[in-house]
Design a binder for this molecule. Sequence first.
Ligand code: GCV
Length: 837
Amino acid sequence: MTRRILVSILVLLFGSVCRLRAATEYDAWLRYEPIEDQSVKALYERLPAVVVTLDDSPVVSAAAGELLRGVRGMLGRTLRVEAKVPAEDSIVLGTVESVKRAAPELAAAGGLIADGFWLKAAAFNGHRILIVAGQNERGVLYGVFALLRKLGLHARIDPLDDVENPYAPVRWVNQWDNLDGSIERGYAGRSIFFENDNVVADLTRAGDYARLLASVGIDGCTVNNVNANARMLAPDFVPQLAKIADAFRPWGVRLSIAVDFASPKTMGGLDTFDPLDARVAAWWRAKADEIYRAIPDFGGFVLKADSEGRVGPSVYGRTHADAANVLAQALQPHGGILIYRGFVYNHHMDWRDLKNDRARAAYDNFQPLDGKFAANAAVQIKYGPIDFQAREPVSPLLGALEHTNKTLELQITQEYTGQQRHLCYLVPMWKQILDFNLGVNGGDTPVKEIVSGRTFHRGLGGLVGVANVGADPSWLGDDLAMANLYGFGRLAWAPDLSAQQITEEWTRLTFGHDARVVDTVMNLQLESWRVYEGYTGPLGLGTLTDILHGHYGPGIETAERNGWGQWIRADHNGIGMDRTAATGTGYIGQYAAPVAAMYESLERCPDNLLLFMHHVPYTYELHAGKTVIQYIYDSHYDAAVEAQQFPEWWKTLRGRVDEPRYEAVVALLEYQAGHAIVWRDAICSWFLRMSGISDAQGRAGHFPNRTEAEAMQLSGYAVESVTPWEDASGGEAVACRSAKSCSAQFVFEGAAGWYDLNVQYFDVNTGAAGFKVYVGAQQVDQWKADARLPATAANGDSATRHRITGVALRAKDVIRIEGIPDGGDAAALDYVEIERQ
Ligand code: GCV
C-alpha cells in the first residue's frame, strides 16, 4: 500500500466519523448505526480483521475508507489495512484483473460488465477471504457499498456469491443550480456548488453528495441548470469546474455540465452559432479539448435548446440532430456523451384551437429525426408528455426512437408533487412507468428495457433524475423525501427491484430496525403518492396547481386560456382533453397500436388517465362506478382524510426515532394535513361552481363548523379578495395592513366541551407575522408565520392551517385572533373551524 492510499483512507475515515456523530439527517441512509442485537452481531463475528486493497487509485481508496467507516460504525471494529493478501483471513478489494494477478487460483466470476461487481466468500491458502471485485474501479466501490448495505440490513454474508451489473450505462442526476447560488425548482436551500458566479471554495458537500450518489450506483452528475449560463464555458470557469470534478472523482461520479447553445457566439466571439458552420464545430471541439485537459474524466454536455425561451438550431433552420451532433462530435474523441433534452414545445400555442396539443410536441419534434443522432448522443425524455405531473401517461416518444439513444428523465425534486413539504414518495410511480409495456412492434417492450438500450440494441441509455439537493442539512429539505433520491439510484441500477424492497431498504438504513418504525414509515411512503394525487389532480387531470408561478398550491384556471398548453378544457358541461385519433388532437395515435387502442377507447381507458385522453361530461360514469364529478369530490375528501392520518401515524413513533428528525417530520406532516384541506376545498369549490352539480354527500361548499374571518368582528383588519377565489374560503380573507396589530373575534355558540381549533391563515415569505389566539381573556396559543413557502400573496401557496388541540369551550365564549404583521406579511386570516373532540 502506498503512503498516499493509506493517508487518503485515514482522511476519509476520520474526517467522516466526526460528521457522522454530528448529524443524522446529513448522513441519510449511510448512517452505519451500531448493531446492538447480539444475534445479528454474531452473523459478522468472523468478518476478517484485515482489508487488502489491490489497486492504487482514488476510487479504490475511497472504497477501502468507506469499508473501514462502515465496519467501525456498525461493528465497532477498525479493520487493518494491507497491500498484500496476508497469511490470515482478509477482505480483498480490487478490480477483477488485480484479483486475478494476486490470486490466480480464485476463479473470478464471469459476466461482469462495466461498473459491475462480484462479492464472494472463499477459501484461499487455508484462510477465509471475502472478495469485493469490480469489473473496474467503480465496480469495487459499488461492491463495498453493497456489502455494507448487507450489514446495514442485517443480512448474512456467508455464504456469499453475488454478481451484480448495472441495468444501464447512464445513471445520472441533474442539478438545476444557477451560478448565483439559487436552484431552479430546488426546495432545500442554496447551491452546494455555486455562489456569486463562481464555484464555492469549500467543496466538502460536493464530495459528500458524490458519496451518497455512489452508494446507490449513480455515476454522473450534471451540476448546473439546463437553462444554462454561458459562463459555464468561460476560460476562467473551467479550472473551477475541475475542482468539483476533483471532489467527485473518488466516488466514481463524473462531472457533466449543461451548456448554452449560443456559446460560440456569446462566449467565443464568433458571429454565429449555426451548428453546420465549420467555425462553430471547431469552436466546440477546442472547448471540449480544453475541458478534457482540465477534467480527463469529464462526462459530457447536456443541452436544452429551442425550448422555453432557450435559443436553438431553429435560429438557423437546422434540426435538433444537427445541434446535438456538433456537440457530440466534439466530445467523441474523449469518450464524452451529449444528452439532448427532448423537452421541446411551443409555449405560445393558440389555446382556442382544439387540435393544438402540447403533449404531441416531443414526438412531433423528435420522431422524424430518428436515426440522425450521433452514436454518443442521447435524447433525454421526460416520463410523461407534459411536465412531471402527479400522473401522466408514459411519453409516446420513448417507444418511437428505435435508432436513437434515449435516457428517461425522472424528477426527484418534487416540483409538481409537493416540493418536499408534502410527502410524495415517487418510487411507486416510477415503477409503473418503468414497467409500462409500450407494445412497440407488437412486442413486450417495457420502458425500462427501451431506455436502457436493450430493446433496440442501443449502446447508450439509462435514467436521469433531476435531484436539486441543496445546502439544507437534510439535502432535500425533508428527511422522508430522501427516499426518492435513494429509490431513484436503486431503480437506475436495478429497475426490477420492487417498490416494497427499495422502501424497506431505505427505511431500515435510515431509521433502523424497530418493527413499528419500519412498518409505519413504509406505509407512509408507499401510500403517499396515491394520497397526494387524490387531493390534487385525480383522473389524469395533472396536478391542478398554479402552473404560471410556483407550481405548488391549487390554481386550476392557470392551466387554461394561455399558450403553455397544460389545458384541461373544463367548462360547465364537461372536462378533459380529447386526445383521440378519431375526434381529438391525435396524440393517442403516437402510441404503438395496442396502447393506442386501449387509450382511444372510452371503455378501455383506465380511469386514472381518462381526462388526459378524453373530454367527457361531468356525469360520465367511470369504471369506479360513480360519475366524474362525484369522483372528484370523493377523491379530494377521502385523500384529505388520509393526509390527516399521516402525522398521527408518525406520532406513534415518538421515542423510537431520534428527536430532531421526529420533530422535523411531525411539523411537515402536520403542515401537509392542513394544506391537503386547502387543496380539497379549492378544487371541490371550483368544480361545484363550474359544474353546478352538488356533491351527493353534501360536503362540497358546506362548512358547518367554520367562521369566516370576514364575518368576524374586526379591529384593524380589512376584508380583501383572494385570487384565485377558490384558494380562500368564501373567496375572501382579512389582512392587517395599517396597524401594528389587528384582531378578529367571534362568539362561540356551541355546547360546552373539548374542542380543536383550526386557524386558517396565509403565510407569505415577505415577513413573519405573529398570531395569538385567546378564549375570553386567556391566551391559548401563539405562533409565527415563518414557514418557507413560495408565496408573496394570500393564495393557495400561502394558505396554512394551525391546529390548536384540546381547548375547553363554553357557549358564548369569545374567541379572538390577534394578528401582528411583519414586513410584507399582513397576518392575513381566512377562517376558524372548530371541531368537537
Ligand atoms: C429548468 C419545467 C420547469 C422548469 C424547467 C423545465 C425543464 O418547465 O418548470 O423550471 O427548467 O421544466 O425541464 O427544462
